[in-house]
Design a protein around this ligand. Structure first.
Ligand SMILES: C[S@@+](CC[C@H](N)C(=O)[O-])C[C@H]1O[C@@H](n2cnc3c(N)ncnc32)[C@H](O)[C@@H]1O
Length: 276
């Protein structure tokens, strides 16, 4: 049967959440890391999982797909983003998987219901940097700690390096000729007095207008030591950093290894785990 060609990608025929996920998310790799690390440290499998700042809940969906005993809660403030996740991800789960996932439109500072008493909480893609003061970050970590079972764990990611202080743009081409697009990470503003930064994500297409400022984040650029100190202050034990390996061409290889010694590089991504 002849295959119908997909239309050339444009802003008009794209969903910005889909573009975001293709550019910066890999729920399969993230969930594999969390699942295997929890098992290694705790000597059992995690079953209940909460995805804070879940956006379209791609990772929560991946968690319920992983094993038929797994349950997931996704928490996000934004109704339309959660609705997009229901339309594009939750709707594709089986009936059994749908029964094991709950999405909550609420502030991660005030977890409730099935979001309490969980094995694992994850906060990915640096979303927790929305909290710009020590007080707010500490209250978030305390709220997470309270939500965990006695051997529960928190997982987060982190980025840094000399480039993170600069007002620069990174462009990356994603996908093939017809459905491909360009992802642009725009570090638009950085204030060294407060460490506040404004980052935008733009998308460009071969045809038609770009999608300028599809997403904007105003964050505090936290250092790993500040985060580790606040986790300790919140009562977490054994805070571990996992550094990404080098692919030999100036990029990361997607393999994260436990270490106490980072590298003074231009740009790094790390995972952090913290034990209750
Ligand atoms: C960068 S996106 C993260 C999406 C996804 N978790 C990921 O890994 O790519 C940040 C999300 O955090 C949500 N958000 C911001 N502040 C929040 C808060 N206090 N409580 C819950 N969600 C919040 C926003 O609505 C947005 O969907």
């Amino acid at each position: 049967m002849p295959r119908t060609k997909l239309p050339i990608r444009t802003r008009a025929n794209s969903d910005k959440h889909d573009l975001y996920e293709r550019s910066v998310q890999c729920p399969e790799a993230e969930i594999e890391f969390v699942d295997t690390t929890f098992r290694k440290i705790r000597g059992r499998r995690a079953t209940s999982f909460r995805e804070d700042f879940c956006g379209t809940a791609a990772s929560a969906c991946e968690w319920v797909r992983l094993r038929d005993t797994n349950t997931a809660v996704g928490v996000d403030l934004d109704g339309p983003t959660l609705a997009n996740g229901v339309k594009r991800h939750v709707s594709k789960l089986t009936d059994d998987q749908k029964k094991r996932i709950t999405l909550q439109r609420r502030n991660v500072l005030h977890p409730t219901g099935p979001g309490l008493g969980v094995d694992v909480v994850v906060a990915m893609n640096f979303s927790y940097w929305i909290f710009k003061t020590r007080e707010l970050m500490l209250s978030y970590f305390k709220a997470v700690r309270k939500s965990l079972v006695p051997d529960g764990m928190l997982f987060m990611d982190h980025y840094g390096g000399s480039d993170s202080y600069l007002e620069i743009k990174e462009r990356r081409r994603i996908g093939g000729a017809r459905r491909g697009f360009t992802y642009i990470w725009d570090q638009a503003h950085y204030n060294p007095i407060t460490n506040e930064k404004t980052n935008h994500i733009h998308f460009e297409f071969k045809k038609g207008p770009a999608w300028k400022k599809a997403f904007t984040y105003t964050w505090r650029l936290w250092s790993l030591i500040e985060i580790r100190e606040l986790l300790t202050e919140a009562g977490f034990k054994n805070i571990t950093v996992y550094w990404e390996g080098d692919d030999g061409h100036g990029g990361g290889d997607g393999v994260f290894k436990k270490t106490t010694r980072g590298e003074a590089c231009r740009c790094y991504i790390a995972y952090i785990s913290a034990e209750k």
